[in-house]
Design a protein around this ligand. Sequence first.
Ligand code: NAD
Length: 506
Amino acid sequence: MSSDVVFQMQVLSGTHLIAGERVVGAGERVPIVDPATEARCGEFAEATAEEIDRAVVAAGVAQREWWALSALERTVALHDVAARLEAGAAKVGECLTREMGKPFRESHWEGGAAASAFRYYAELARHDQGRIAGPAIAGQVHMTMKEPLGTIVSIVPFNFPVLLFGWQAAAALAAGNAIIVKPSELTPLTILMVMDAFADLPVGLVQALTGGAAVGQALVAHSDTHGVAFTGSVPAARAVARAAAERFKPTLIEASGNDPFIVMPSADVELAARGAAFAAFLNCGQVCTSAERFYVHADVHDRFVERLAAEATALRIGSGLDDVDIGPLASARERDRVEAIIARAVAQGARVVCGGRRPTAPSTGWFLEPTVLEVEHSFDIMHGECFGPIAPVCRVTSLDEAIALANDSQFGLGANIYTDRLDEAFRAIEEIESGIVWVNTPLNDNDAVPFGGRKFTGSGRELGAEGLEQFRRSKMVMVAPRAEPDPEWFPYPDGDGFRSVVETGE
Ligand code: NAD
């Protein structure tokens, strides 16, 4: 047990980061509970209206200072943030495991995982800041200049708080903005701890205000915030998008998914089952791009189910600070919700191949066994986001059927296919209605390639050049090197009037 991180979690409890200061919050206190032990591991404060106002004012000042720097100075500063994220990854990772339960291997990785996005955007943002168009008037310069939006509100969920905030912050800061993050109620201390990585930026450029939905709403609705980056569930996304629309604020929405995972007969079934287990059970299934619906060709279905169940039952469950493969669900409410999904599937006729119960050990904590079910596509479990350690498998008889069922969804984040046939791979790429398709390589991403979804999964993109544009606006600029009269100005020549052109036909 690392007493240093436990001590720091106590120090951070109830604070916000406002204008560079760790401020003890004046609002209501809410406990934070370690999902592996069910013991209180800290608390957070609901940010008050006065604290929100103070942070917004500080962000405005800091943003102007940041944008007044040269692009190269911002680049250097963002590379420094990347190095600091990596240096602090173990500490932040431990805090994350204590707050939401994921195995330390995953939280340690996450602590530094956004560093590469900071490096990528540090360089991309200075590569160009607009474009010169061919002039519509000879001798003039006509161009688009890219400007920051101003102050960005970042609202992030509990499942990958550091990575997801990092992706948003890397692009938003590189584009010249300030950012205020409102973390999940389940992982506020992790976000407060990761603030150390931004300590050398202008005071107030990156700030953290803790609290629930009301704090998020107040930040989005505030007259002096200018853009929103939201990651979370569909109901919250809708509420955020509505509030942002009142002021026409550009809004990035990354909401829920229920990704399909297709296995065709040409695939290496053993490997597909290992990939499936990782895609379904990573972070106890609490990944927006978790594989949530398996459509497996009848020729390999039984073998795949057997191998997937073997993978699932071999996973070690326990505290994320021990040597385990999966930790608990993040809260009691989450476990209850996931258990209800399993119960409903069983009531509709699902066969439990393995799991489906609370493990006998550990005896405390919100653990749930990784679960493999045989289901029909019509069951409710195939039509909502499970966000838990469940792999429901449905037998299909053709790629046509698999793609049709994959597309029978309200969501459109990721999609997987395991096949050795290029023709099948390219049909999946072209025909599946999703923002991402993984062929034989589940769950991977790349800072240089945009990430996001369609349908109820959201709008906008993170990462890639598109992710930077999310936080910039363009300004049309036209420059005449000398002031000269324009032939379009008044007075209009008589010969151009209605009478001359139409009535007399001259
Ligand atoms: P959540 O929607 O409950 O909370 C997300 C954040 O929104 C939290 O900070 C929460 O306090 C805030 N919030 C909730 N209601 C709000 C409101 N009315 N106004 C303003 N803010 C509000 O989500 P969660 O349970 O923390 O995370 C799980 C969800 O996130 C899943 O649905 C998952 O798919 C989604 N997610 C999506 C992506 C993606 O990239 N598409 C990535 C990760 C997670």
